[in-house]
Design a protein around this ligand. Structure first.
Ligand code: COA
Length: 141
């Protein structure tokens, strides 16, 4: 499996993969912003998953992570998450935050395994469903 940051040359492929898995097309791809990092995991044929972060000074927000259906529950989610966190650590990011639907068990398990802890709750963040705010300190102060 290849782990890499998304370059301008990958954009169309990344958009197509996202559309296939998530059923929507990203018209404003995040690469348009200076404050984002986009990572993909690829086998030699196709994109297996993507993780997108928004950066502000020394903090990052994980905006989204997905693994394509046929590749789920094989350890690729944790691989993509851990490799992207290492990348952020090496660039001086200290804390990473995310929001997750309280009913999204696969994502909650993934984040817990990666060392994220619950630090708050947002009521009715996803329609009627609540979100947990989770945090991982990746660099000591
Ligand atoms: C969340 C997601 C990225 C996990 O990817 P994955 O490649 O299946 O995860 P992994 O195989 O690396 O598993 C990591 C841990 O999560 C747990 N996990 C994964 N899928 C699970 C499921 N369906 N139910 C319960 N636990 C699950 C695993 O048990 C594993 O821990 P373990 O190895 O100690 O048992 C994937 O399910 C996905 O793309 N979901 C749809 C998109 C989404 O909801 N993204 C998060 C929104 S912010």
């Amino acid at each position: 499996m290849i782990f890499k940051t998304v370059s301008y040359f990958d954009i169309e492929e990344v958009k197509a993969a996202k559309e296939k898995v998530l059923k929507y097309r990203d018209s404003d791809f995040l690469l348009d912003s200076e404050n984002t990092f986009n990572f993909i995991l690829k086998d030699n044929r196709e994109i297996v998953g993507e993780a997108d972060y928004k950066i502000s000074v020394d903090e990052a927000d994980l905006l989204y992570i997905y693994i394509d259906d046929p590749y789920r529950k094989k350890g690729y989610g944790i691989e993509l998450l851990e490799k992207s966190l290492l990348f952020l650590f090496e660039r001086g990011i200290k804390n990473v935050y995310l929001e997750v639907n309280e009913n999204n068990l696969p994502a909650l398990s993934l984040y817990k395994k990666a060392g994220f802890i619950k630090v708050g709750k947002r009521e009715q963040y996803y329609g009627k469903e609540n979100a947990y705010i989770m945090k991982k300190a990746i660099k000591e102060e």
